[in-house]
Design a protein around this ligand. Structure first.
Ligand SMILES: O=C(O)C(=O)C[C@H](O)[C@H](O)COP(=O)(O)O
Length: 217
């Protein structure tokens, strides 16, 4: 575990694009994270979908000081503490329950519970949570849905994730209630499998550039 890493104030304000990573081999984690950081994407969500995920978080936290590593796919309460113990500095879930929310709150790091409906947004606002993941973004209504939410619920801010690519990311980032977008498009499975970190870095740089363009519109 790294010592004295600064706390993360808000997940949505870390970086406009958050790569969502599925790590099969923990040995890939540090080089992959270095490529993302070098390309301009320091906030990295490692999904807890594989047995290697906690070791991957540990490796990035320990070996890539410029990365801000978080855990994604947090779906069971015990995973919140396990992820933070491994070095995760933020937590993301694809959906939420009150039990999961309590565990994420207790973890002491910022978190994004996942929502896909208006009622869930209202329920989270009722519980004092204003920052959320919108998942699965494209399938659940995309930019049109988020635009519609901004009228009645302007206090809710989102990190849309799921089905977003370089073509759609700028449209999401231009919305007032979007803080960042998540996605895996800069991590093609074949590039990761081949250890082609130059390609990952190139795609990360393009993703970082996209977001700059969207913000200045
Ligand atoms: O595992 C999770 O917790 C998820 O929420 C799923 C991820 O967010 C998506 O797999 C990333 O989206 P893609 O860019 O469409 O690959």
């Amino acid at each position: 575990m790294p010592s004295a890493v600064p706390p993360v104030p808000s997940v949505l304000d870390l970086a406009p694009v958050v790569p969502v990573v599925v790590v099969e081999d923990a040995a890939d984690a540090a080089p992959l994270a270095r490529a993302l950081v070098a390309g301009g994407l320091p906030a990295i969500e490692v999904t807890l979908r594989t047995p290697a995920a906690l070791d991957a978080i540990r490796a990035i936290a320990g070996e890539v000081p410029d990365a801000v590593v978080g855990a994604g796919t947090v779906i069971a309460p015990e995973q919140a503490g396990e992820a933070v113990a491994a070095g995760a500095r933020f937590l993301v879930s694809p959906g939420w329950t009150d039990v999961l929310l309590a565990a994420m709150r207790a973890s002491g790091v910022p978190f994004l519970p996942g929502v896909s409906t208006t009622s869930e947004v209202v329920a989270l606002l009722e519980r004092g949570v204003r920052e959320m993941k919108f998942f699965p973004a494209q399938a659940a209504g995309g930019t049109a849905y988020l635009k519609s939410l901004a009228g009645p619920l302007p206090q809710a801010r989102f990190c849309p994730t799921g089905g977003i690519g370089p073509d759609s990311a700028p449209d999401y980032l231009a919305l007032p209630n979007v803080g960042c977008v998540g996605g895996s498009w800069m991590l093609p499975a074949d590039a990761v499998a081949a250890g082609d970190w130059d390609r990952v870095e190139r795609l990360a740089r393009e993703a970082a550039g996209l977001s700059a363009g969207a913000r200045s519109r």
